[in-house]
Write a protein that binds this ligand. Structure first.
Ligand code: ZN
Length: 358
């Protein structure tokens, strides 16, 4: 008899059996993350009926206004993951310092970084939002992990993924052996293994970028987007489509399902700012998921997973998706950011006339 549908729990246990010496702790950890995501999915799904719409009246450490659901989702992640004995400490987009698992619970070997509700400004308009998570190993022999212990390059993640709360709730994750998707069956309350071995096609004719920032872009990005927009009449010799959802999880999910390239590049708005998205709980986990699906994840200049973080809330330029497009964008950064690029589209006759004539 063929096995019935595989659940997420069965999938994790199967993965664990392939590695001799692996303990059950990892299964418990992923189960807790899964439960946190189901709890958040239920709340998000209630919409206005949950009475949690709108602003919390506070700002997070990044100076962004917190939505009420940001605060509640952060709390759900902490409460669901602190007691199981697998996690030692957690950091999140919504907290300024690491959260050490309280002494009355056993502390485990893992560090958890998460963005509890990515895209939360989209909540009120009923557009997909998500949760992003990244699991690192605590350094050997460290009982009370500090901020420093979280500053590991993304290449050291042992597990990363996201949940997307859309028309269906899905969990997409990787343990470093491909990227896999699970769909929540609401009737039985289980994630079912529906999307084995997701692959991002190497080429695409769909790109996603917030063009309202065009006047701040670096020359490489101006050139890349201009060439896409020139379509069949330009050097790319094909027409492109543009997408922009303003929700990182939704953008990543679209690219995993049907390809594309996403750019939130470093720009010239603020001297020294490295981009907008957060390295530890946005770019690194999404980067690992994309690379494990055969795509490429970059700062624009090189692999995002190689960056050694200097701070918990460090930001990064982030370009990911179709491998050949991301490599092209990296090439443009090498070629064009050395000298001013006089892009006609952004120049005096341009469609996007840049402030200051850039
Ligand atoms: Zn986010």
């Amino acid at each position: 008899m063929p096995r019935p549908e595989t659940t997420l729990t069965e999938f994790i246990i199967g993965e664990q059996r392939r590695f001799p010496g692996a303990t059950g702790g990892f299964t418990a950890l992923v189960n807790d993350i899964r439960l946190a995501c189901k709890r958040i999915a239920t709340l998000v799904g209630k919409g206005a009926l949950a009475g949690l719409q709108g602003r919390a009246g506070a700002r997070n450490v990044q100076g962004e206004e917190q939505e009420k659901l940001d605060v509640v989702a952060n709390d759900i992640f902490l409460r669901t993951n602190e007691w199981g004995g697998t996690v030692a400490a957690m950091v999140s987009e919504e907290m300024d310092a690491p959260y050490l698992v309280p002494a009355h619970y056993p502390r485990g070997r893992y560090l958890l970084a998460f963005d509890p509700l990515d895209g939360s400004s989209n909540i009120d308009v009923n557009v997909s939002v998500g949760s992003i998570f990244s699991v690192l190993r605590a350094p050997e022999g460290v009982a009370e992990p500090s901020l420093q212990d979280f500053l590991q390059p993304g290449a050291r993640q042992v597990c990363a993924g996201y949940a997307i709360y859309g028309p269906t709730t899905m969990l997409v994750l990787t343990f470093g052996n491909g990227t896999h998707g699970f769909t929540l069956d609401r009737e039985i309350g289980e994630f079912i293994y529906t999307h084995p071995n997701l692959r991002v096609p190497q080429d695409t004719s769909e790109f996603a970028i917030n063009t309202s920032n065009a006047r701040f872009w670096e020359p490489a990005v101006k050139r890349y987007v201009e060439e896409c927009m020139a379509g069949r009449s330009g050097v790319r010799d094909k027409d492109f489509n543009m997408r922009w959802i303003a929700s990182l999880v939704a953008e990543a999910h679209r690219i995993l399902m049907r390809g594309g390239v996403f750019l939130y590049p470093r720009d010239e708005r603020e001297q020294g700012r490295q981009g907008r998205l957060r390295l530890l709980y946005e770019a690194n986990p999404i980067g690992m998921v994309i690379e494990q699906a055969g795509g490429r994840a970059s700062t624009g200049y090189g692999p995002v997973l190689d960056v050694v973080p200097e701070g918990l809330h460090q930001r990064s330029g982030f370009v990911f998706g179709a491998r050949h497009e991301v490599e092209r964008i990296e090439q443009y950064h090498r070629d064009y950011n050395q000298k001013p690029y006089d892009a006609p589209l952004f120049g005096a006759r341009g469609l996007f006339r840049a402030a200051g004539g850039g």
